[in-house]
Design a protein around this ligand. Structure first.
Ligand code: ZN
Length: 124
């Protein structure tokens, strides 16, 4: 190939187009990656959320469920992680919360992981 001005120009243009194309692809992938990472993190937050909180009462602490049922809906939503549940069996939920109350160490372990994830996601 003869290296005249036209050839050099077309090589430069081709390279410029390639760079733009690579940049667009890269930006697109980065956004997709960040989005999927955020989604992963949010799922993790919901998994580690104890869906309960500890309140101090006279003579100690009490564990209370964080699920509330907003008026006008039969759904339950966790006040702490926004997890929506369509049905909660009161008995099972009470047992779940009671098991935390019996084993506060386990609760604290989960709470610590939960807080760590919240910090990672920039919520606190
Ligand atoms: Zn929760």
């Amino acid at each position: 190939m003869e290296l005249n001005l036209t050839n050099i120009l077309s090589i430069i243009i081709t390279i410029a187009i390639l760079i733009v194309a690579i940049k667009i692809t890269f930006t697109f992938d980065i956004n997709k990656y960040l989005e999927s990472r955020k989604k992963d993190l949010e799922n993790k937050i919901k998994n580690y959320c104890p869906h309960a909180y500890v309140i101090s009462v006279e003579g100690g602490v009490k564990v209370q469920s964080a699920f509330i049922s907003p008026s006008g809906t039969t759904n339950y939503i966790c006040e702490r992680c926004q997890l929506v549940t369509y049905h909660i069996d009161e008995m099972t939920e009470r047992q779940r919360v009671q098991s935390f109350a019996k084993d506060l160490k386990e609760y604290n372990k989960q709470e610590k992981k939960f807080q760590k994830l919240l910090r990672k996601a920039g919520y606190i």
